[in-house]
Write a protein that binds this ligand. Structure first.
Ligand code: AMP
Length: 283
């Protein structure tokens, strides 16, 4: 496995593969890798002979009061996990490499980014789309793999790729969970045992919501019930709970064949997000 810090070197490595007729699958991450990230690597490996992982804690997607400085950065462990997972190349740039002095261009997606995470974290998605646009130019891969865990993020990236004609396929892979139901996240490392139990309220609410969906309740009534349920949860500061259209992310009032339930909140100082896709059974 090669580890590259230079833009020219990783780009060359991918281009060399293309010349040999080998396609590249790309998994962008912020490191502190867990089994969720590795499931994306596995999926990339199933479809592409060359797999690249990027590890970059992108400062522009963090607001000043957020956890940029304490975000975990276990470099050696991450590299060992990549090696064991069969990754071919890791792109591990510095902040200066990605944002040299004088950088003045951003990529911003409208509409979708105003909702939910975008409303709670203004500027977050502009940071995400700018860095992902740069990464897609730096790593000229055939396909990129994202997690459903960050449902809105993958929707925003799909929109960007469509609007700006990036020649890359976007794949969204299912959320991996710990056995207790908590969606795996690098931020779970911040949780105390008691906070972790509080955090389970999110996945529990999603399971309950799915049952209501199967019983035929409307999107609006499930949204209200999820909000009531989660607002009552001691220790959880709910940001939002909503049943939305899978494409527009707008609230769903009635019933649709497929909806997405989005939930997010803070437990102590740790922000957790989760979601579930619910589909009516085929007739
Ligand atoms: P991050 O390092 O948090 O930026 O995540 C990198 C990629 O891994 C994103 O596409 C995430 O959606 C994905 N990811 C994070 N957690 C999970 C999980 N529990 N299951 C599947 N994918 C995940």
């Amino acid at each position: 496995m090669d580890v590259f810090g230079s833009i020219a070197d990783i780009r060359q490595a991918v281009q060399n593969q293309r010349r040999l007729g080998r396609t590249t699958g790309f998994v962008p991450t912020m490191g502190a890798l867990h089994a969720g990230h590795l499931s994306l690597v596995e999926e990339a490996r199933r479809h592409h002979p060359f797999v690249v992982v990027s590890i970059f804690v992108n400062p522009t997607q963090f607001a000043p009061h957020e956890d940029l400085s304490k975000y975990p950065r276990p470099r050696e462990k991450d590299l060992a996990l990549c090696e064991a997972a069969g990754v071919d190349a890791v792109f591990f740039p510095t902040v200066e490499t990605m944002y040299p002095p004088g950088a003045a261009t951003t990529v911003a997606v409208s509409h979708l980014t105003k909702l939910w995470e975008g409303a709670i974290r203004p500027g977050h998605f502009a940071g995400v789309t700018t860095v992902v646009a740069k990464l897609f130019h730096i790593v000229p891969a055939d396909a990129a793999y994202f997690g459903q865990k960050d449902y809105q993020q993958q929707a925003v990236i799909r929109q960007m790729v469509r609007d700006l004609d990036f020649p890359i396929e976007i794949h969204t892979c299912p959320t991996l969970r710990d056995p207790d139901g908590l969606a795996m996240s690098s931020r779970n490392a911040y949780l105390s045992p008691a906070e972790r139990i509080t955090g389970l309220a999110l996945s529990r609410a999603l399971r309950q919501g799915e049952q209501w969906f199967r019983e035929g309740q409307s999107g609006a009534s499930i949204t209200t019930a999820l909000q009531e349920m989660l607002q009552k949860e001691p220790g959880l500061q709910l940001d939002y709970a909503a049943v939305v259209d899978p494409d527009t992310l707008q609230l769903v009032d009635q019933r649709l064949p497929q909806v997405v339930a989005l939930v997010a909140g803070k437990v102590g100082t740790t922000r957790l997000i989760d979601n579930a896709i619910w589909t009516t059974a085929a007739p």
